[in-house]
Design a protein around this ligand. Structure first.
Ligand SMILES: Cc1cc2nc3c(=O)[nH]c(=O)nc-3n(C[C@H](O)[C@H](O)[C@H](O)COP(=O)(O)O)c2cc1C
Length: 235
C-alpha cells in the first residue's frame, strides 16, 4: 500500500500536521510495510499557475496539444495521486476555506482530458476512487452547534476531489485551536481520531497489490516531520 501524505500548513508544529501524522500512523498500524510519498506544500510551496499552463488549459485544442513543458508539474502531481492507494491531507482553514497553496495543488490536479471529462451534465472524474482522509485545523469552530463561521472548506474540497473521481472522503477536524494549549490539543486530536473509519482501508486488502506492497521495503514512519518513503521532488 502506498500512502500519499500531503501537508499544507507553513508551520512545522502545526495542529493539522500533527493530525495528518496521527492518521498516517493509524494507517501504518494496519499496513506496517506501507510506503509513504510526501508532498509538503507548506515547506515546499508550488508555484501559482504559470502563463504556459493557463494557456494549455484555455481551449480544447491547447488541452489536447499543450506547449512543451506546460503540464509537466501537473503531470508529476497527478502521477503521485495515481500511484497512491490512500491519500492523507493535513490542512488548516484559512479565511473559511483551504489555504491558497492547497488551491495551487488543486489547480494542477484537476485537468480536463486528464483527470476529468467535461460533459453537458458536469465534470466526470477519470481517476480510480481511493480513500482520502483530510485532517483540518481551524482557529475557531466551523461545524456543529458551536459553529461561529461558515465552512467553505469541506464542501469545496469535497467537490474538487469528487470531480476527478475521489469520492471516498473522510474529514476529521481539530477546531478552536486558538484556545488549545498542549494537553488540550492532544485531547482534541484524540477526539478527532476517534471518528476515523478505517473500513475502507481494510477493504483494500482485497485489491491487487496489497500483499505484494506489504512485502516491499517501505520504511517505518515516525514523528511529524518525516522525509520518508519516496520524497517528492520540489518544484
Ligand atoms: C491567514 C489565516 C487565515 C485564517 N482564517 C481562519 C478562519 O477563517 N477560520 C478559523 O477558524 N481559523 C482561521 N485561521 C486560524 C487557523 O485555522 C488556525 O491557526 C489553525 O490551527 C492553523 O492550522 P495549523 O495549526 O495546522 O497551522 C486563520 C489563520 C491564518 C494564518
Amino acid at each position: 500500500m502506498n500512502i500519499l501524505h500531503i501537508d499544507v500548513s507553513p508551520r512545522q508544529e502545526s495542529h493539522s500536521r500533527q493530525l495528518s501524522a496521527a492518521i498516517v500512523e493509524r494507517l501504518l498500524r494496519l499496513a506496517p510495510g506501507a510506503s509513504i510519498s510526501r508532498r509538503d506544500l507548506g515547506a515546499d510551496p508550488l508555484p501559482h499557475t504559470a502563463a504556459d499552463y493557463a494557456f494549455a488549459l484555455s481551449t480544447p485544442a491547447t488541452l489536447a496539444a499543450p506547449p512543451k513543458g506546460a503540464v509537466d508539474i501537473s503531470e508529476a502531481l497527478i502521477r503521485e495521486v495515481e500511484t497512491a492507494d490512500v491519500i492523507v491531507i493535513g490542512t488548516p482553514m484559512y479565511n473559511f476555506t483551504i489555504p491558497s497553496i492547497l488551491k495551487a495543488w488543486i489547480d494542477q490536479i484537476l485537468r480536463v482530458g486528464r483527470t476529468m471529462k467535461s460533459t453537458p451534465a458536469g465534470k466526470v472524474g477519470m481517476l480510480r476512487d481511493r480513500p482520502v482522509f483530510i485532517g483540518v485545523a481551524s482557529g475557531g469552530v466551523f461545524s456543529g452547534e458551536r459553529a461561529n463561521q461558515p465552512d467553505f472548506l469541506t464542501p469545496y474540497l469535497s467537490l474538487a476531489l469528487n470531480s476527478i473521481g475521489l469520492k471516498t472522503l473522510q474529514f476529521l477536524s481539530v477546531q478552536a485551536t486558538a484556545f488549545l494549549d498542549g494537553d488540550k490539543a492532544a485531547l482534541a486530536r484524540e477526539k478527532a481520531l476517534a471518528a476515523i473509519d478505517l473500513t475502507v482501508v481494510r477493504e483494500l486488502r482485497g485489491v491487487d497489490g496489497w500483499p505484494a506492497v506489504l512485502a516491499s521495503a517501505g520504511r517505518p514512519y515516525r514523528g511529524v516531520r518525516p522525509a520518508l518513503g519516496r520524497v517528492a521532488p520540489a518544484f
